[in-house]
Design a protein around this ligand. Structure first.
Ligand SMILES: Cc1cc2nc3c(=O)[nH]c(=O)nc-3n(C[C@H](O)[C@H](O)[C@H](O)COP(=O)(O)OP(=O)(O)OC[C@H]3O[C@@H](n4cnc5c(N)ncnc54)[C@H](O)[C@@H]3O)c2cc1C
Length: 347
């Protein structure tokens, strides 16, 4: 019997795969399509930190729900080879930063986020590679280290309805169907536009902006056990050293920031910089909810540089909205209708 899927998901990055997993868990028949082999989008560049990010408080409830749901999924699934519980450290390299960081920790505790204040003199006990000139840090034990591409493939293996390659590029999304470039039309009950940077071309009125991230591996003897963040610099441990991501494009500035963190750094260990783009919404807040310009289409895009952290929260919101349930957090802030261009594009 050839039954139409209940939901077609466009985009087999981590967001589409998570939406697929959540909807399948709720009993829906899901088909996921991608124009390429999965993992070639932003997910393949991700550092893989699933944790709270202190840069933008506007979507902190989504981040907090995201981390909590990561732990729920870990309790159900065997992801031991792709997700590691390592925690992360936010660091302060000046007394002013240290004051701010401690206030942030208090605010997180008020929100019942597990976090521990670590005075400067104890930092090297927690993380021996750190410089001894740091003022202190805040440890978030619930943050997770994910291997994004490996987890993506694991999630997709569990979704039986998959179609990848140029013929599976979605060209039109409509009320109850997805038209593919190869000529095939997929009829369905609902569509999720999770096409990352490609989402904008599929939904009238949707615009996304680029957030440029500089990524540079530092290979060599210096090892971190945990993920570390300071001054816009994020450090993710690797077996052969570590990899940094920064919103600043200047190599010297990034190396100077890194020198403040690391006990000893040989600049020659920092290999060439690469610039990678993350797609974000015009107001920097993820876009999750029914498209105002298309009936039967849900948007899950614009998650920016926190997409991995918030991915399960995005999937939960989409699934709850489809079923008409109230999500565990107020989803109004994330709904696409807040964006004027999308409202204006409504047919
Ligand atoms: C350098 C870097 C480091 C990062 N580190 C972190 C981190 O540590 N923690 C964190 O939380 N976030 C991080 N992020 C952000 C995170 O990686 C992204 O938010 C997330 O991967 C976005 O996933 P996605 O599924 O929306 O997009 P993608 O992974 O880009 O997937 C979208 C998919 O849609 C497909 N597609 C596009 N158009 C079409 C079409 N018309 N038809 C069919 N398929 C289509 C694409 O081929 C692609 O496979 C980082 C981002 C970058 C760039």
């Amino acid at each position: 019997m050839n039954r139409s899927p209940d939901v077609v998901i466009v985009g087999a990055g981590i967001v589409g795969a998570a939406c697929g997993a959540e909807l399948q868990r709720r009993g829906y028949r899901v088909v996921i399509v991608d124009q390429f082999e999965p993992g070639l989008g932003e997910t393949g560049s991700s550092l893989g930190i699933a944790g709270l990010d202190d840069q933008n408080g506007a979507d902190l409830d989504l981040q907090q729900l995201g981390v909590a749901l990561w732990h729920d999924w870990l309790a159900r699934e065997n992801w031991s080879s792709t997700v590691r519980s390592s925690g992360s450290l936010w660091l302060a390299d000046s007394s002013a930063d240290w004051m701010l960081l401690q206030h942030k920790a208090e605010a997180l505790r008020d929100r019942r986020v597990a976090c521990e204040i670590v005075p400067g003199m104890l930092l090297q006990k927690v993380e021996p590679a750190l410089s001894d000139s740091l003022y202190g840090g805040v440890f978030l034990p619930d943050d997770l280290a994910v291997r994004p591409t490996a987890l993506l493939h694991q999630l997709l293996t569990d979704l039986p309805g998959r179609s990848f390659g140029p013929a599976s590029r979605a060209v039109v999304l409509g009320n109850g169907f997805v038209q593919l470039a190869g000529g095939k039309r997929l009829d369905c009950g609902a569509v999720v536009n999770a096409a990352g940077a490609g989402s904008a071309s599929l939904t009238p009125g949707l615009t996304l902006t680029e957030e440029r991230l500089t990524v540079f591996p530092v290979l060599g003897a210096t090892r971190f056990r945990r993920m570390v963040r300071s001054h816009g610099l994020t450090v993710r441990p690797r077996q052969d050293g570590f990899v940094c991501a920064s919103s600043c494009p200047d190599r010297d500035t990034n190396l100077a920031a890194l020198r403040k963190l690391v006990r000893s750094l040989d600049p020659a260990d920092a290999t060439a910089d690469g610039c990678v783009v993350s797609s974000t919404s015009p107001d920097g807040i993820p876009i999750i909810g029914p498209s105002p310009s298309q009936n039967g289409v849900w948007l899950a895009c614009g998650l920016g540089s926190r997409g991995l952290a918030t991915v399960w929260a995005a999937a939960r919101l989409v699934a709850d909205q489809m079923e008409g349930h109230q999500p565990p957090i107020d989803d109004l802030r994330y709904r696409p209708e807040r964006l004027a261009h999308l409202r204006a594009a409504k047919g």
